[in-house]
Design a protein. Sequence first.
Length: 237
Amino acid sequence: MRRRIMLPVLTVAALLVSMFVAAPAQAHGYISSPPSRQALCAQGVVPNCGDIVYEPQSVEAPKGSMQCNGGGSRFSVLNDNSRNWPATSVGQSVTFNWVLTARHSTSTWEYFVGGSRIAVFDDHGAQPGATKSHNVSLGGRTGRITVLARWNIADTVNAFYACVDLQVGSGGGGGTNPPPPPPPTSCGTAWSASAVYNGGAIVSYNGRRWQAQWWTQGETPGTTGEWGVWRDQGACS
């Protein structure tokens, strides 16, 4: 009798343990403009990037790293400077625009060049909106640089990482705002439930134009909510 009782007890205990094992969140955020390395991969601008193509928002690792992938075991391609990453031309200041697919409570946002911190923004644990922008002075630097950005989460030990390659001139600010989407002139290709779409892909659905924010398949435009994969670009003309 004792043996019969012990087996159900052990089964329940195992289930309870599995419920409390910490699992990573499923969506987070990345710099979309100027395009970060993971954004360039997701858009197909830089080929053969591996899994980062499907989840540019998921470069998550413990706080404190100075590597583009956060020093984790995934997405090491982001650290490869031989990949000839395209650099965005900017002036002496630039606005970095984040797309946030999960709105984590935030301690700070940090920006580094060559291991030196050039800017920090303290959110004091506040929860950001779906997007976040920071205007950063590049401190007189010129030429090609790589900016490492860290989004430090308030209630976990982790941060989200993004590297942005820039070609800095000596003039005024550059890249201060994401370019507004041009008025759509056509609907483009009709959305298909079986098709695979990478970040930046444009489709039409129900007379409107939609842009994918990251890799997706089978998610219907207009049904994924404010924080979903499809961003409404307006009615087709």
